[in-house]
Design a protein around this ligand. Structure first.
Ligand code: NDP
Length: 304
């Protein structure tokens, strides 16, 4: 195995591992073991969110992994996210004060004094977005998060923060893979020093979220399999998953593959032994199909 140990800077002081472990849709009773196993395989970034309802088990898995591997807190990068509240689903968007309370509640569930990255999970807070972002700036000053950012924000959401006279987020976690490349948004983020973090990198695979209820409404239409990934992957002697993940890292995106299978966890980290050629990158760049599929159901429990 040639593990990918690369990191990307997200600000002057902080670097994010290029490959992290995603924890969305892991059943609660399997989460601690999954995170511990990921740690034993070599993952040093764990991505969770208040709305995944698994922060306690993630914290448990992190502590077990640190103890198994003899790691200290600074060896591990932890991301969690504020659920902003969405009026469209009958929720009250979080105020600035509530945002800080929510961050403290996440830290208590995780059993941590700080997270490495705290994100606003989505722009659904509407008119509360700017106060929520101000609260994240305060959260960083309080030392509760080393870096702060957003997720699922488009260019106009980012410009709204800039127009309010606030510093830009340090990262934006968005769905990115060859079928959802968001070239304009990524270019805007690059121009504004906003680090791209890619989620659902494996969405084009036939094995992506196959369990009942995990799928999103748009998956089937996105899965017309023309074997392009399989053919390119074969030419490098890697799996389609490795090709998709390497595409993300080669584009400069930190990635967050989730798996409950130890061998897949290992494979998803084993990305340093090959390089996608410029010619194949060019071929993949023509495969964009638009906005993506992970965030598309309208069902709050299945929408991320
Ligand atoms: P991924 O792109 O990580 O794909 C996971 C799916 O692919 C699972 O069904 C998994 O099955 C399967 N899989 C994993 N590895 C392989 C492999 N090597 N070969 C074949 N199949 C494989 O999807 P996610 O949507 O979970 O995204 C990753 C993470 O990103 C999330 O867990 C979460 O942390 C974050 N995220 C953030 C969002 C946001 O709104 N900010 C939205 C969505 C995700 P199995 O487990 O059986 O191996």
């Amino acid at each position: 195995m040639t593990a990918m140990t690369k990191t990307f800077q997200i600000n002057e002081d902080a670097a994010i591992p290029a490959v992290g472990f995603g924890t969305y849709l892991i059943p609660p009773d399997q989460t601690a073991t999954a995170v511990r196993t990921a740690s034993s395989v070599g993952y040093r970034h764990i991505d969770t969110a208040a709305v995944y309802d698994n922060e306690e088990a993630v914290g448990e898995g992190i502590r077990a992994g640190m103890s198994d591997e003899g790691l200290s807190r600074t060896d591990i990068f932890v991301t969690t996210k504020l659920w902003p509240g969405y009026a469209g689903w009958g929720e009250k968007p979080k105020s600035g004060t509530e945002t800080i309370e929510e961050c403290r509640a996440s830290l208590a569930r995780l059993g941590l004094e700080y997270v490495d990255l705290y994100l606003i999970h989505s722009p659904h807070g509407g008119s509360a977005r700017i106060d929520q972002w101000r609260a994240l700036i305060a959260i960083k000053k309080l030392g509760l998060a080393r870096s702060i950012g957003v997720s699922n924000f488009n260019q106009s959401h980012l410009e709204e923060l800039r127009d309010a006279g606030l510093p830009m987020p340090e990262a934006n976690q968005i769905e990115l893979h060859p079928w959802s490349q968001k070239t304009d948004l990524v270019a805007y983020m690059r121009a504004n020093n906003i680090a791209p973090i890619a989620y659902s990198s494996l969405a084009p695979l036939s094995t992506w979220r196959t369990q009942e209820g995990q799928d999103s409404g748009k998956t089937t239409e996105m899965k017309a399999d023309d074997k392009v990934f399989a053919k390119i992957a074969e030419s490098y002697g890697v799996s389609e998953a490795q090709l998709l993940l390497r595409w993300g890292v080669q584009n400069g995106y930190a990635i967050l593959p989730k798996s409950l299978n130890r061998e897949r966890m290992r494979q998803n980290l084993d990305l340093a032994g090959f390089t996608i050629s410029d010619e194949d990158l060019q071929k993949l760049s023509t495969m964009d199909r638009g906005d993506g599929i992970a965030w598309s159901t309208g069902d709050p429990t299945r929408a991320f």
